[in-house]
Design a protein around this ligand. Structure first.
Ligand code: SAM
Length: 293
């Protein structure tokens, strides 16, 4: 493997940070050329230094987009961190059912959804409680910065390897159909969800206020200032009594004043100043600006 020029590696890391907020710490810089192997092959580029030259030339912007896509970590799988999905099934969804039974609408956002396994897992959970949600309007939105991954999520077709990660055989056979392209998620589940491209550094123009937001394994690569900004964006998009699910080991504590740990629900967070569940009926309508608090 050739030794890469540190200044060129830094330019690529800066490009990723400027477009996505994601930081490549010193420990992950060495991964750059490996992650870019496909881009190098497609454009006949031999090293990062040459890539950096091409980025400044006409057509450089499209190449920059490809570089950013290649550097994003899209790791995900169905029912990732099963304990959190158990908590969702056992505690959060019943509470949300109670809180929203007046309007019978539930809005869920998977922010940084990658290829969709997270949101499809939630859809599968809701579908398994069909009677509870009968007659409800369920709006499930997945967003990711990568247009390529959003297309993959929308297609709802997964490889043998992907369906074997996190799904039981019963779920695999009950919710997917095998075809020549792989395992296609059931049409009724696909109709429950929608996906669109969105950068968490920017406000989400439409879709909220959300009752449940999953933003898992996304924030860990943001620096503290960007992370705080993203927490505020999430806050703006959520109902006052909504729930926020982060990845295992991620927390809002010491990171933002916008959220606090939900009492009695480990790993779950709520917008700050949320009233205890018992007094929710007295709170103003869901969705508000931090500025109005
Ligand atoms: C490691 S995956 C996590 C997927 C899923 N949430 C999970 O936990 O399984 C992180 C995702 O965040 C997306 N991402 C990174 N920066 C983003 C940003 N600024 N806005 C929106 N999505 C972003 C990446 O493209 C990637 O698909």
């Amino acid at each position: 493997m050739t030794e890469e020029n540190p200044a060129s590696l830094q330019i690529v890391a800066d490009l990723l940070r400027a477009r996505t907020g994601q930081q490549l710490g010193a420990g992950r810089m060495w991964r750059i050329s490996g992650a870019l192997a496909g881009v190098f092959r497609r454009h006949d580029i031999s090293n990062v230094e040459q890539l950096v030259c091409l980025l400044t030339q006409p057509g450089g912007d499209q190449l920059a987009g490809e570089v950013v896509e290649a550097l994003l970590n899209n790791e995900t799988y169905f029912f990732r961190d099963k304990g959190l999905f158990d908590l969702l099934e056992r505690d959060i969804l019943p509470r949300l059912h109670e809180k929203r039974r007046g309007q019978r609408t539930l809005r869920i956002w998977s922010a940084g959804c990658s290829s969709g396994q997270e949101l499809y897992s939630v859809a599968m959970l809701l579908a398994s409680q069909r009677e509870r949600w009968d007659g409800w309007k369920l709006e499930l939105l997945g967003t990711d910065i990568s247009p390529r991954i959003v297309e993959t999520a929308r297609a709802g077709t997964f490889s043998q390897f992907e369906v074997q990660r996190g799904l039981t055989v019963t779920q695999m056979l009950g919710c997917f159909e095998q075809n020549e392209r792989g395992w296609q998620i059931d049409e009724s589940l696909r109709r429950m969800v929608s996906f669109r491209q969105h950068n968490l550094l920017e406000p989400l123009a439409t879709g909220g206020p959300f009752d449940l937001v999953l933003c898992r394994n996304v924030l860990l690569y943001f620096d503290p200032a960007v992370r705080q900004q993203v927490f505020e964006r999430l806050f703006e998009a959520m109902a006052h009594d909504a729930y926020l699910l982060l990845g295992v080991g991620e927390t809002t504590v010491g990171q933002t004043q916008a959220f606090t740990p939900a009492s009695g629900l480990p790993g779950i967070f709520q917008p700050a100043l949320t009233a205890p569940d018992s007094s929710i009926a007295e709170m103003p309508a869901p969705g508000r600006s931090m500025l109005n608090r």
